[in-house]
Design a protein around this ligand. Sequence first.
Ligand SMILES: *Cc1c(COP(=O)(O)O)cnc(C)c1O
Length: 383
Amino acid sequence: MRAMQFRDLASQYEHLKPEIDAAVLGVLGSGNYIGGKHVRDLEERLADYVGVRNCVTCANGTDALQLSLMAWGIGEGSAVFVPDFTFFSSGEVVPVVGATPVFVDVDARTYNLDPIRLQEAIEYVCKNTNLTPRAVVSVDLYGLPADYPAIKEICAKNNLLLLEDGAQGFGGSIGNSRACSFGDISTTSFFPAKPLGCYGDGGAVFTNDDGAAEVIRSLAVHGKGVMKYDNIRIGMNSRLDAVQAAILKVKLNAFVASELSNVSNVARRYSENLREFAKERKIELPYIPDGYQSSWAQYTIQLPNDVDRQVLIEGLKDIDIPTMVYYPKPMHEQKAFFDECVLADDCHITEKLCERVLSLPIGPYLHVGDVDYVCESLEKLLR
Ligand SMILES: *Cc1c(COP(=O)(O)O)cnc(C)c1O
């Protein structure tokens, strides 16, 4: 038997192998490797699943964010608000287009953008800088949609565009609304370890704004006009390969049919197993507000102050349990942002999370026995 994986992509392939192999070989034999029918089919099905009018695929989740900011014409002199606790990309794309990221602390329970701190940061920027607030990047961290009811209200009140970074959120929901439908534009990533992953890099943009979708289609292919060799704006080369689209069509079926519910069951088992012990030992388990559904990109716990996280990680590793720290550093402490960002206020919650979070193995193909083993081992090592 293979050792426990942090996210078991090989098991998924074993389950889907006949269909995926056929899909890949079909593309190889077709002679069409960029764009084409698989990409168009996939975009249609993704838009349908998410519940928006347009889906435009691209080369990766980072490009999806950048293309969105470019489509809005956000550049120099613009402030873009980004959670301090996220993957680097969410903020990286802001200086790439010439704008300034303003890092905002997150909520202590959901770890997502804190709407109260967002409003304060907007006011700070207006009072203390020459920047014009233009947009908010909200991240659906670990798969949990951000607090969109509150964030949308703040965006409307302050005339800001909302960009949902759903790289981890695809498959999550609030009530009947799916993740990647909450932003004026929303994005996702098909990096292999994301909730819906391909076998390389891939990404997508979702929007109900037909005009924005058309501009993004153009920007993703060198700013094409009516055809590829008519260039009407400066763009980039950011496309999803036909092979990846064909793979994603197979994977989307499995995601909808069973994977999302399987991964939710794994998460539920973790939470049930750990509930009593977590209370006793002051460990925070993932918090999912009423009406919200996570896609469980990660199952992340928060350790109490008296636990040496590194010792625990080594202890788990010694008994073949892989874990990860997402993320060890606040955005505002990344060297790349030192001269590039605004910090309206301290980000104490983020700083604490970076020291205390630990992500456990998760995925739709993780065995119940493995979940139980992880939980028992955690209890043993922390008692
Ligand atoms: C993975 C990720 C991205 C970037 O996606 P890529 O496809 O790797 O470029 C952006 N934002 C968040 C929150 C992510 O987790």
